[in-house]
Design a protein around this ligand. Structure first.
Ligand code: PLP
Length: 228
């Protein structure tokens, strides 16, 4: 059985190979460890092997792990769907939010971000696959949303996040991630972040400009949603 440390080495070498293939600096892509459903001990192991940034989808679960891991200098990213009644805790307990797709949520996060913390880093989640079930703003709504969010005082708009429809077809992956990159460029805002690429498609995402890859399964193994 491979350990988390082994998995980190494997994912890091995939990232390195993908950056080389894309003629990009290896350090231009950061690894976000997606730890939803995984116990605090797994994050501790990943920290010991060098990881600092962790992505969580479920607020209560994340807050529990933050308490258990309060002795470690971890950087927490919220990457799941956001309900209005969760914005205060998210604004107080995370450094990044990758999944903002409505102005109302952004306004609440800005109002509720504590004054003693730096501005909350924000990515707008955009839906480039057009599936009804997916969260994310439409490409048509993106320019106005991005402009409005960029003007909120306690937020720092960093870029876009996307979760394209899963496919093993490299050309389809490339097309979806290229669309995200193109949308980002068309905004004409000073953005430096593209949060895209997961365990199965990080190579394509890196080829198309990803700066955060969000990796769960390839680091921590398959998720068992039956376990609490
Ligand atoms: C679960 C999740 C991931 C990680 O997916 P893997 O396929 O396990 O690497 C990445 N991003 C988001 C938003 C997720 O919810």
């Amino acid at each position: 059985m491979s350990t988390i440390a082994d998995n980190i080495l494997q994912v890091s070498s995939r990232i390195q190979a993908a950056t080389q293939a894309a003629h990009r600096d290896e350090h231009s892509v950061q690894l976000l460890a997606v730890s939803k459903t995984k116990p605090a001990d797994a994050l501790r192991e990943a920290y010991a092997a060098g990881l600092r940034d962790f992505g969580e989808n479920y607020l209560q679960e994340a807050l529990g792990k933050q308490l258990e891991l309060a002795d470690l200098p971890l950087i927490w990213h919220f990457i799941g769907p956001i309900q209005s009644n969760k914005t205060r805790a998210i604004a107080e307990h995370f450094a990044w939010v990758h999944s903002v797709d409505r102005l109302k949520i952004a306004q609440r996060l800005s109002e509720q971000r504590p004054a003693d913390l730096p501005p909350l880093n924000i990515c707008i989640q955009v839906n480039v696959s057009g599936e009804d079930s997916k969260s994310g703003c439409t490409p048509a709504d993106l320019p106005a949303l991005a402009k409005a969010i960029s003007e909120l005082p306690r937020l720092k708009l960093r870029g876009l996040m996307a979760i394209p429809e899963p496919t093993e077809d490299r050309a389809a992956q490339d097309a979806a991630f290229a669309a995200v990159q193109h949308l980002q460029a068309s905004l004409n805002l000073p953005l430096d972040t593209l949060s895209m690429g997961m365990s199965h498609d990080l190579e394509s995402a890196i080829a198309m400009g990803a700066t955060w890859v969000r990796i769960g399964t390839a680091l921590f193994g398959a998720r068992d949603y039956a376990q609490p």
